[in-house]
Design a protein around this ligand. Structure first.
Ligand code: ATP
Length: 440
């Protein structure tokens, strides 16, 4: 018999079906036994009249919650049952994999939710909850929509190497590894290699792939390994072209999530997903500093030219009040806080043609027009005190015809945090990697 998903049982009244899933609740009474079975589409009640089959009755009595079961039975209407007004009269039962008793914890016991670190140890149990399942259904929709929009707009997908012979950006936050008889490094971003696609004449490229950062900090928004959403586009006039693309691309992804998962988000997380309107507001760093002064937010002195997370949030409140928008581009960052490959403003050599995208007070992306003129780029690297030997292979991209271009890098889990209003990045990622965690 073919499997029926629980959400489809309503159309199978009075028929025999096979359902498969996890035993979420068991009520073992004198005459009747009730099982609540869960699959990824919902819950259903299964009823078994004890005297009808003593052997099955004894098996059911021995079951622990979260056991994986295959059940056959007849679907009947029963108006007093809360779960869809129907139940299944059990005919056959196979225990596919019994859950040991006791479990490390019951993921459905809402009165006893263990600390996040303990739940991480048993992540596959944690993920059985519908609110967690939904995060990854939304992630799937999101990534699919992003890819789709890129493909509709002439982008090609690339996969750049993650094992590098030299740091791709700066020496900080770099994981080093033994590579046969020498040292190698894990890629901190696909930056150099996506730019190589521009020199290769690919015009528009994107990559969705792992990014590694040896960042020892413990925050609610950093991981040592995360999935980066990266793109680069050629023949642009300025960073404005990149921002104009980015906001439409993100709007499309939100639209798709609203269409496919909006109802469930409302049901489980209790809010209506808002698709952001374009254009997103843009504010220069210079104006941002003035705005922060105006609202009385003091930036830490060591953050000269940069923003701290508190500043990002204060600015987000300011933008929300002024433009009623949850997203904004913070543009024209000072040279001293940006990497050497960002293009400088032609009329102000202290500023870069760059942006951060802030969503609900959280930085979700950094982008820029890149410097594509070899001599200028080389000088900018020297000005930042970089040794040229390690990056000569990269500088060479710009020696034999490379178009003007720009792009951004974005963290997938940060987008999910914002979209689903989740406070901690650990809850939004399949398996978290941090300074203290490389298991399971
Ligand atoms: P932050 O200032 O938040 O540490 P960053 O300036 O180091 O970020 P970039 O190097 O510009 O970040 O990386 C681009 C994007 O990648 C960021 O906007 C963010 O969405 C994501 N990102 C960066 N570092 C991490 C991290 N450690 N964990 C998760 N996502 C990250």
């Amino acid at each position: 018999m073919e499997r029926t998903y629980i959400r489809d049982l309503g159309s199978r009244i009075d028929q025999e079906v096979k359902i498969q899933g996890w035993l979420q609740i068991i009520r073992d009474q004198k005459k009747m036994q009730f099982l609540i079975l869960r699959d990824r589409t919902g819950l259903v009640q299964v009823a078994h009249y004890r005297p009808s089959n003593e052997e099955i009755a004894n098996t059911i009595s021995s079951l622990g919650v979260e056991t994986a079961l295959t059940i056959t039975g007849k679907v009947v209407k029963n108006d007093i049952v809360k779960l869809g007004g129907l139940e299944i009269q059990l005919q056959g039962l196979t225990v596919e994999n019994a859950a040991e008793i006791p479990m490390p914890y019951d993921p459905f016991d809402n009165d006893n939710v263990p600390a996040v670190d303990f739940r991480m140890d048993w992540r596959y149990l944690d993920l059985r909850r519908p609110d967690n399942l939904l995060i990854f259904q939304v992630q799937t929709t999101l990534e699919h929509a992003m890819r789709e929009y890129w493909l509709q707009n002439g982008f090609m997908e690339i996969h750049s190497p993650k094992i590098l012979s030299s740091p791709s950006e700066s020496g900080a936050e770099l994981f080093q590894l033994d590579y046969f008889d020498r040292k190698a490094y894990l890629a901190q971003s696909p930056q150099f290699y996506k730019q190589m696609g521009m020199a290769a004449g690919f015009d528009r490229v994107f990559e969705i792939g792992p990014v590694f950062r040896a960042d020892p900090s413990f925050t609610s928004r950093h991981m040592t390994e995360f999935t980066g959403l990266d793109m680069e586009m050629a023949w642009i006039d300025s960073h404005e072209d990149v921002m104009a693309f980015t906001e439409r691309w993100l709007q499309y992804a939100y639209q798709q999530v609203k269409e496919k998962n909006g109802e469930q988000i409302k049901e489980i997380y209790g809010f209506d997903l808002q698709v952001p309107e374009v254009p997103f507001p843009r504010i220069t760093m210079a104006d941002a500093i003035l705005a922060l002064k105006e609202v009385g937010y003091e930036l830490p002195p060591e953050k000269k030219g940069d923003l701290d997370p508190g500043g990002e949030r204060a600015l987000a409140d300011y933008i929300k009040k002024k433009y009623n928008h949850d997203f904004f581009f913070l543009i024209d960052w000072p040279v001293q806080v940006r990497p050497f490959y960002h293009m400088y403003h032609p009329d102000n050599k202290n500023l870069t043609r760059s942006f951060d995208l802030i969503a609900s007070g959280l930085e979700i992306a950094t982008g820029a027009q890149r410097e594509h003129r070899y001599e200028v780029l080389k000088q900018q690297a020297l000005d930042k005190g970089l040794g040229l030997e390690n990056i000569q292979f990269y500088l060479d991209f710009f020696r034999y015809g490379c178009p003007p271009h720009g792009g951004f890098g974005m963290g997938l889990s940060r987008v999910l945090m914002v979209l689903l209003r989740l406070p901690n990045i650990r809850e939004t990622v399949y398996l978290f990697r941090g300074p203290n965690r490389i298991n399971p």
